[in-house]
Design a protein around this ligand. Structure first.
Ligand SMILES: Nc1ncnc2c1ncn2[C@@H]1O[C@H](COP(=O)(O)OP(=O)(O)OP(=O)(O)O)[C@@H](O)[C@H]1O
Ligand SMILES: [Mg+2]
Length: 240
């Protein structure tokens, strides 16, 4: 593969293996994820999809194999360390990962606060920060516009949302983050078909217009559907 092509591979997994205690969860998983594409990884319950996402988002260390992010070999599995590489990766979890006590509008601001905390806030002057916040607010408006319940419940506590609404909110927060790679753990499961269609349209637009790279795991994928650019089957602990 030539060097130009390599630069488009934003994430590369080489023979990843994972053991928990004496149990082998999977072995020899290799993947190449290209920039701006939508990947679907599917496989049955318990095959190790979430464990794989944990590794490629820095939450868990593989037992064997290597991971490369934008061509850099990863030696520290920590989501904060991953931020070193083009802002890293944002992922959503299988269950809504939300802060109950916040209002919906405050929750949507969390990715912005995280991106602008610490050193960044010190070097960023107040005016620039305000400008950034205004453009972030525009992003929230755009990302949330297909989901009217967000506007309706903007000032409500997250705890008052239904389970499905909380899932959508946590997915939208992932989308609002500034990272080039977005990873979703079963985003469409239990989502009503209209929300699922709107979410797919939004993700497709982000991949086409902003070259966002999107990795989605699902227990089942309709191979006839043209939403995914590439579908990878993950069964019996090895990708096929
Ligand atoms: N701490 C642990 N110790 C031992 N085995 C574990 C541990 N955590 C997970 N496992 C096992 O690892 C396997 C893979 O789990 P994982 O959650 O990654 O699967 P999954 O494909 O995401 O499943 P699902 O579709 O149900 O979400 C399962 O068989 C699970 O029992
Ligand atoms: Mg899972």
């Amino acid at each position: 593969m030539n060097k130009n092509m390599e630069s488009y591979i934003v994430l590369k997994a080489q023979k990843l293996g994972l053991k928990k205690g004496k149990k082998e969860i999977f072995r020899d998983i290799s993947l190449e994820i290209q920039r701006g594409k939508i990947y679907g990884i599917f496989g049955p319950n318990g095959c190790g999809k979430t464990s794989l996402l944990n590794i490629i988002s820095g939450f868990e260390k593989p037992t064997t194999g290597c991971l490369f992010l934008y061509g850099h070999k990863i030696n520290k599995y920590d989501p904060l360390h991953f931020k070193k590489y083009k802002n890293g990766i944002t992922r959503s979890f299988q269950f809504p990962n939300v802060v109950d006590e916040l209002k919906v509008c405050e929750h949507l601001l969390l990715p912005f606060r995280q991106q602008n905390e610490g050193f960044t806030s010190l070097i960023c002057c107040k005016k620039k920060r305000q400008r950034n916040e205004i453009s972030y607010q525009k992003k929230i408006k755009y990302v949330c516009s297909p989901f009217p319940f967000i506007k309706k419940k903007y000032q409500d506590k997250v705890s008052s949302l239904s389970f499905g609404e909380q899932r959508v909110l946590s997915i939208l927060c992932t989308i609002c983050s500034d990272t080039g790679i977005l990873i979703f753990d079963e985003p469409f499961v239990n989502l009503d078909p209209m929300f699922a269609t709107k979410l797919k349209t939004l993700l497709r637009t982000l991949s086409q217009n902003q070259s966002k790279t999107i990795v989605i795991v699902e227990p089942e994928i309709n191979k006839q559907e043209d939403f995914f650019d590439k579908v990878v089957e993950f069964s019996s602990g090895t990708s096929e």
